[in-house]
Each structure stands twice: as structure tokens, then as C-alpha cells.
Ligand binder design. Structure first.
Ligand code: PLP
Length: 439
């Protein structure tokens, strides 16, 4: 085990520059300089390997520096990089065609750069098509840091920035580990919860409900999976009110949960789908997908969403390669198989360690919740911190979500290309880290 201290005394200039010039934008910086990354590992300047169980920022589904992505970027940047927004190129049109052929009802595609941006566009689309403006989301959601996306983000970063959009409402997400409404046997009664939540939305609405925006598995909210049947019921609530259903599959899209899109398990097609993080496998690429009918109405009403990079061939070429590699390497099926292995390993850890209260999620997007008391399900934030630090010191990067009243949840989302050996190594490090954190 290494100390986790700076790799090299010569790096003091680096840390001076960090304190003097790098704006602190939220997370506490890892005290080591990252130099390169390959496959499932990132390496610091001392050459120490860190197994990346969060795919960078939950994005690198192909691992780092996948040879096919490296080839695409090198070839594309030398040929055609960036374009005037009114010009079209083959990579852009081909990516729209490929994405728009994946799911009937989502034929039309807009390519953008970030997840927040894709949700801005989706919300604008819903507003212009419905002629209304109220947006409902889950109270533990994360949809991005820009205007409308931030107004629909309730899990964090809400205080201190002044008013959000008029007509922003939230409902609780169904939480099987901490149910608010229960059947007589104590299990989650999500239908009653949903009815109750929409009664409250209706009483607050001024009759201008435009859309509900949801993650099929709330990730930043602590890996809260919508139970089977919930999405269909939510879509029905939307239909009854003339609202559109927007699904944000920033983290769940492109195979991570064992389907191309998480909504496919439920057989419910959203009116609008947003993709980001996993679509570019770590490069800035996002997309908005919708039906031809919705696109037609929006166009008739003068829909505009013009950005600097809306027609860039370089990220589009990367997106095409991501889809190719996912198909060629069978990564959707791999997410199912590897997900089962990882889950079995996490459940074995749960048998061994009292502090693991819950294991949840789907495919290769799993959550591990750390509690002080299994019966009371009381979250143990300090223990979660210690485990994360012990894991990092042993060469495993895991991301912990710490939200008041939500618990301390590790979000485990390794690349879909991870090998069985690497998964097992990660589980071993986790066991060592938990044992050390308990001492
Ligand atoms: C579900 C979801 N949507 C949207 C976003 C925002 O994406 P970006 O940071 O690329 O704007 C995130 C980022 O964490 C996310 O998890």
C-alpha cells in the first residue's frame, strides 16, 4: 500500500499552481498528478496504476484510450474537425442516422456537446411543442449545471444562485431501501407514492405542465433504480396531463445497464431521450432524440438550438466509433455478464461486512450503500469516506455520493471493457479497504 502522498517532491510546483490558479469547482482534488490512462487504469506520474471503477466521470465505457477511438480522433482531426453550424458532413449525418435507427419513435437526432446542454435542448423542445413551461423532476435528480437543467436538478448545488425557472417542481423517487409508502409486508408501494406525488404536482401547477425529466436509474441521487412498471405509470401520468416524458440516459445509455438504453427493459419509449457521457465514451458528445412528429411540430413553431459545436464532425466520428466498438465487442451482453459477476462479488462483501447495508443497480451501474446500523439503515458518511480513501491508497478509484438523508453510496461503474480479472482485483481491494477502514 502506498501513502497516497505526492509522488515526487518536484511536483510541489504543480500543487503551488493548483492552489494559486485552479478554481475550486466542487470535488476535493486527489493529491496525485495523473499522467496517462489506458484500458481500465489511470496512472499517476510515479507510474502507480489506479483501477478506474467510475469510468472517469461515469463516461469511459470503452475504457481509456481505446485504440479504435485513438485512430478515429487522429484520422478525423487531420481531415475535418469543426464546421459552420449550417454545414453538414458525413460523420454528423451518419451518427444521426445510426442513433435515429435504434428505437422506433426516436428517429430525429440533434448532436450537442454536454449532458447539461442536451437537457437544455430537450426542455426547450418540450416547451415549444406543448406551448407550456412547467417541468417536473425527481427530488434527487442531476441533469446538469446550466439554466433549465440546473432548475431540474435537485440532488445538490441548488442553494446560493438565486431564482430558478418559474414552474419547477419535484417529486420523490421511489426508493426500495427507504420506502416512504409501503405495502402491508413492508415492501415499497410506489404506485401510491406516485399518485400522491402527482396530486401534489397538480395542486401546484398553473395548468402549464410541459414535461417530466427523469433518469431511469438516479445516479447522483445514490443509484436509485425505478422499479419495473414505474416508467409506464409515469408515462401515463404525463399522457393524462399532456406532458412529454424526457428520459436522461447520460449514464445509463449505450449499454451500461445491459440494454442499449435502460428504458428498453420497461418497454416504454420516452417522447424525448437525451444521451451524453457514455455516447462519447469520455469525449464531449451528447444527443437529443425524439419522434418525427415532435420534431415536425417544433420546426413549424420555429425551434432553435444553435451552438458552436452542433455540427462538428470530430465528436460525431467518435460517437460512430463508440457505437461500432459496442457492437463489435458485444459490450451490451458483456455488461450483463460482468454486472452479474460484480454484483455477486459485492453481495459476498455484504455478507462479510456489517457496514454494507444495500447492493443495488443494474448491469455495470451498481450502488453499494454504507450504513452504521443495518436495522435502522442509518448512513455512515465518515465510514464511506474512510473506505474510499483506503481504496484509493491501494489503487482503486471509487466515487462516493454523500447526500443528507440519502446515505453514503459508492457508485460503481467500471468500463464495459473491464476483464473478469480486473473486476475481481477491484473486489479484493474493496475488501481490504473496508477491513482497513473498520480498524
Ligand atoms: C444523469 C445526468 N444528466 C446530465 C448530467 C450533466 O452532464 P454534463 O456534466 O455533461 O453537462 C449528468 C452529469 O453528471 C448526469 O449524471
Amino acid at each position: 500500500m502506498d501513502s497516497g502522498a505526492p509522488a515526487d517532491a518536484n511536483e510541489s510546483g504543480f500543487w503551488d499552481a493548483v492552489s494559486n490558479h485552479v478554481m475550486r469547482y466542487g470535488p476535493q482534488f486527489e493529491r496525485r498528478v495523473i499522467d496517462r490512462a489506458e484500458g481500465s487504469f489511470v496512472y499517476d506520474t510515479a507510474g502507480r496504476a489506479i483501477l478506474d471503477f467510475t469510468s472517469g466521470q461515469m463516461s469511459a465505457v470503452l475504457g481509456h484510450s481505446h485504440p479504435a477511438i485513438v485512430r478515429t480522433v487522429q484520422a478525423q482531426i487531420g481531415r475535418l474537425d469543426h464546421l459552420f453550424s449550417g454545414m453538414l458532413s458525413r460523420p454528423v449525418v451518419e451518427l444521426c442516422r445510426r442513433l435515429g435507427s435504434l428505437q422506433p419513435g426516436l428517429e430525429k437526432v440533434l448532436l450537442l456537446s454536454t449532458g447539461g446542454e442536451s437537457n437544455e435542448a430537450a426542455i426547450r423542445l418540450a416547451k415549444i411543442v406543448t406551448g407550456k413551461h412547467e417541468i417536473v423532476a425527481f427530488s434527487k435528480s442531476w441533469h446538469g449545471m446550466t439554466g433549465a437543467a440546473a432548475a431540474a436538478t435537485y440532488s445538490a448545488a441548488r442553494r446560493g444562485y438565486g431564482p430558478v425557472a418559474v414552474g419547477s417542481f419535484a417529486i420523490p423517487a421511489p426508493n426500495a431501501y427507504r420506502p416512504r409508502f409501503t405495502h402491508p409486508d413492508g415492501s415499497l408501494d410506489w404506485r401510491t407514492e406516485l399518485d400522491d406525488a402527482f396530486a401534489l404536482v397538480d395542486s401546484q401547477s398553473t395548468g402549464n405542465l410541459a414535461a417530466f425529466i427523469a433518469e431511469p436509474i438516479l445516479s447522483s441521487g445514490g443509484i436509485i433504480e425505478l422499479p419495473p412498471g414505474y416508467l409506464a405509470a409515469l408515462k401515463e401520468k404525463c399522457r393524462e396531463r399532456g406532458m412529454l416524458l424526457i428520459l436522461d440516459e447520460a449514464q445509463t445509455g449505450i449499454g451500461r445497464t445491459g440494454d442499449m438504453f435502460a428504458f428498453q427493459r420497461d418497454g416504454v419509449t420516452p417522447d424525448i431521450l437525451t444521451l451524453s457521457k457514455t455516447l462519447g465514451a469520455g469525449l464531449p458528445l451528447s444527443a437529443v432524440l425524439t419522434s418525427s412528429a415532435i420534431e415536425e411540430t417544433a420546426h413549424e413553431r420555429g425551434f432553435v438550438f444553435l451552438t458552436t459545436h452542433v455540427s462538428d464532425p470530430l465528436p460525431a466520428a467518435v460517437g460512430l466509433t463508440v457505437l461500432d466498438v459496442v457492437e463489435q465487442e458485444g459490450l451490451i451482453a458483456r455488461a450483463q455478464v460482468a454486472g452479474k459477476r460484480l454484483r455477486a462479488g459485492l453481495e459476498a462483501l455484504q455478507q462479510r461486512f456489517e457496514c454494507i447495508g444495500d447492493v443495488r443497480g443494474r448491469g455495470l451501474l451498481l450502488g453499494l450503500e454504507i450504513v452504521a446500523d443495518r436495522a435502522a439503515r442509518a448512513p455512515d458518511l465518515a465510514m464511506g469516506d474512510r473506505i474510499g480513501a483506503e481504496a484509493m491508497a491501494r489503487g482503486l478509484s471509487m466515487n462516493i455520493v454523500k447526500l443528507p438523508a440519502m446515505g453514503a453510496v459508492f457508485r460503481i461503474a467500471p468500463p464495459l471493457t473491464i476483464s473478469d480479472g480486473e473486476l475481481d482485483r477491484g473486489l479484493e481491494i474493496m475488501a481490504e479497504a473496508i477491513a482497513a477502514a473498520r480498524r
